[in-house]
Design a protein around this ligand. Structure first.
Ligand code: WTA
Length: 692
């Protein structure tokens, strides 16, 4: 058993309600807390008293059951949802050990349900029809809208009826390429209602990336809008879609219908380019359909959505989530990690184009009947106070964002925060990358006025929901630590050989058994699923992250240990950027590494070898960067191009990235052993060109 679990076992003999929180926490860990008092931030008694999980003791009681009896634990929770037909036995089945055969994970198989029904109809039946489901805030202050649960259901049903009418059936893929309009969650829910599989592509991806995803999942319909305003800029999304559809059609994937929402604050219909026969205006067709629509009942293990994410090879992976387990898991993690109560107003700044927007803008909150703020714009436009303006306007009580935003606002000065009230806030959240202690403290002390616990939630596209996260009323926090595992999660830290290490340690973060929200496969490539995630350390799911555990058992995420770079919380594969660079006709070879960046967490640093005879120039630098923007998207553009006459390689031809990382971060005295390089002289050449 893991270290954590051993402590849990030893806890079972403790009397209930023993002692103060820190003392009890020390008891959990079987020893006094090793940290200095001032490194611990204890939730106020008022907060803990009203919290769902008010103490470590309560957490442990539930955690222990979730590990010892996962079927019973999750069945009890799942029973609170609507099922047309209850699931069969066993409640779950799994094999996470590649040595024992194919990897498989199933939860609530045989259970018949619908996640859209549980988000909308069920909450309406419970008397929440007139409650606001979505407050929508436009890019420009003063532009806003809202939908009650009743209205949201009507909108979803109209779109669902339209989709059925054009022939979309259960299991069909629907690609959604929309910015943060209300139509984005509406489109996701409409797909879910009729059993179609949505594949949302972040609207910051370029036409080439979009085309690649279209060709992989072959949707019958693509849902988009004509344009969007983001900050001071207008982005013509429909043009990007046109290029992508033309490109995919050329390779044999023809999308029949392009349903286009007229986002008239950004661009009028008349100015939008149009392909007759293929393109349809949303506003011309969807409102004509009935605003009720029968639900397509699906099996818990029927697919809900695909979401592409980056890995260590060039081709993005289509992460597949199914219905029942994902539903139960996102709803439960949302409720406990944010200590959600029906009176809360919740705002998550993530875009629905990423997993955070799937699980914690759309599904998790709506399953709980929450009121969600959906924001179209940029959090620092028209000025760095915009976020807190929105918090005050809607009386946001739970605010969930990424460390990169915290760090960028921190630089703008405290007065942009303090001129707003922020009195409504009670819980803060962080996701996407490790939050450094100084940003944590600024967020806690200044934004939350030392009143709001911070839930630093560690999880991934693949995990569907939170894995390691504070439960805000339960235990003292440490700035920068994601603390302890959620119910049902058994994280383990292993060494290079895959051996579990206990106590205070650091190594590779793995998970030992399945949980309801886990992804089930990579779309169309189960073998890649097995090799990417279950082969490195047989018997475990390997996250790709490094992690250390301190003396008190707290978990500290240390970043990716594979070839993935995390820029402003966006996952980017080094191989994707490299393949974009080498597609430039003057680039012979490229090696990309991540370097620490004050605001973005990491930035992209590219070593580029040019084709023989091509001279270095600023224009070429720009054109290389342009190529990456075009092929992936602006968010993946390298910050630095470092000219490299050649790259440091071992005698077998492998690029030594370790050396490149040190050169990129100018840690020149830490290059380590370079004697195994085929040509150690390369290193000096690179250093000489470092600032050229
Ligand atoms: C990183 C985003 C530290 C991590 C939900 C992970 C984090 C990757 C945290 C997944 C956190 C996410 N602390 N690191 N609280 N949250 N990460 O798939 O490296 O876009 O593997 O999912 O982000 O990114 P993804």
């Amino acid at each position: 058993t893991s270290n954590h679990l051993r402590h849990v076992e030893s806890m079972s003999t403790l009397p209930s309600g023993a002692g103060q929180i820190p003392k009890l926490n020390a008891l959990i860990l079987g020893e006094a807390l090793a940290s200095e008092e001032d490194d611990l931030i204890v939730p106020s008694q008022d907060f803990s008293a009203q919290a769902h999980i008010p103490s470590p003791h309560k957490y442990l009681e539930m955690y222990k059951r979730s590990i010892e009896d996962p079927a019973g634990f999750w069945s009890d929770i799942a029973s609170q949802f609507y099922w047309k037909q209850k699931w069969g036995q066993p409640v779950y089945s799994e094999n996470l050990d590649i040595r024992k055969g194919r990897i498989h994970i199933e939860w609530f198989k045989g259970g018949i349900t619908n996640i859209c029904y549980n988000c909308l109809d069920k909450n309406i039946a419970a008397g929440n029809g007139e409650k606001i489901a979505i407050y929508w805030e436009g890019n420009d202050p003063g532009v806003d809208a809202s939908l009650t649960y009743n209205q949201l259901l009507q909108r979803v049903c109209q779109l669902a009826n339209y989709l059925k009418d054009i022939g979309i059936r259960k299991g069909d893929a629907v690609l959604i390429y929309l910015p943060m309009l209300m139509e984005l969650p509406i489109a996701m829910l409409a797909c879910a209602r009729i059993g179609a599989v949505h594949s949302v592509v972040f609207a910051g991806f370029s036409s080439e990336s979009l085309a690649q995803r279209i060709m992989d999942c072959k949707p019958k319909v693509l849902i988009t809008c004509n344009a969007v305003r983001r900050g001071p800029k207008t982005i013509h999304l429909k043009d990007i879609v046109d290029t992508a559809l033309a490109e995919s059609a050329q390779s044999g994937t023809v999308v029949d219908v392009c349903l286009t929402y007229e986002n008239d604050t950004a661009l009028k219909k008349e100015s939008t380019k149009w392909v007759e026969g293929r393109d349809t205006w949303w506003q011309d067709v969807v409102p004509k359909y009935p605003d009720t629509c029968d639900v397509e009942w699906v099996d818990a293990e029927d697919p809900l959505f695909l979401l592409y994410t980056s890995g260590s090879t060039g081709k993005p992976k289509g992460v597949l989530h199914t219905t029942g387990g994902y539903m139960v898991y996102t709803a439960t993690t949302f409720k406990y990690a944010f200590d959600y109560k029906p009176s809360d107003i919740y705002w998550c700044t993530a875009d629905c184009g990423w997993i955070t927007g799937h699980s914690y803008v759309t599904y998790g909150p709506l399953l709980n009947g929450a009121t969600v703020v959906v924001f179209e714009g940029a959090p620092n436009y028209p000025d760095p106070g915009r976020s807190w303006d929105i918090v005050d306007k809607y009386k946001v009580s739970i605010f969930y964002t990424a460390p990169t935003l915290v760090r960028s606002l921190m630089r703008e000065g405290d007065e942009h925060v303090t001129r707003f009230s922020r009195k409504s806030l009670r819980v803060l959240g962080s996701v996407g990358e490790p939050i450094n202690p100084s940003a944590w403290r600024w967020f806690f002390n200044l934004v939350g006025e030392s009143r709001c616990p911070i839930s630093d939630t560690w999880w991934q596209t693949e995990t569907g929901g939170f894995m390691i996260t504070p439960l805000p009323g339960a235990w003292p926090q440490k700035p920068g630590s994601a603390t302890f595992p959620f119910f049902g999660i058994q994280p383990v830290i292993v060494d290079e050989k895959g051996v579990e290490i206990e106590g205070e340690c650091s190594g590779y973060l793995c998970v030992k058994s399945s949980w309801p929200g886990a992804f089930r496969t990579l779309y169309g490539d189960h073998e890649r699923y097995e090799t990417t995630y279950f082969s490195a350390f047989p018997g475990y799911y390997f996250s790709g992250d490094g992690c250390s555990r301190d003396k008190d058992g707290y978990h500290w995420l240390t970043g990716r240990v594979d070839d993935v770079i995390n820029v402003s919380g966006h996952r980017i594969g080094t191989a994707e950027v490299e393949s974009a660079l080498v597609s430039h006709h003057q680039c012979a070879e490229a090696a990309v590494v991540g370097v620490e960046h004050e605001v973005k967490g990491q930035s992209i640093y590219a070593f580029v070898t040019l084709v023989e005879g091509v001279p270095y120039s600023d224009d070429l630098r720009k054109s290389l960067i342009m190529t990456v923007r075009k092929q992936i998207g602006a968010f993946a553009a390298p910050d630095k191009i470092h000219w490299a006459p050649s790259l440091p390689k071992t005698r077998s031809g492998k690029i030594m990235r370790r050396v490149l990382r040190k050169i990129a971060s100018r840690q020149l005295d830490e290059l380590g052993d370079i004697s195994t390089l085929a040509d150690p002289g390369v290193v000096d050449q690179l250093i000489a060109l470092a600032d050229g």
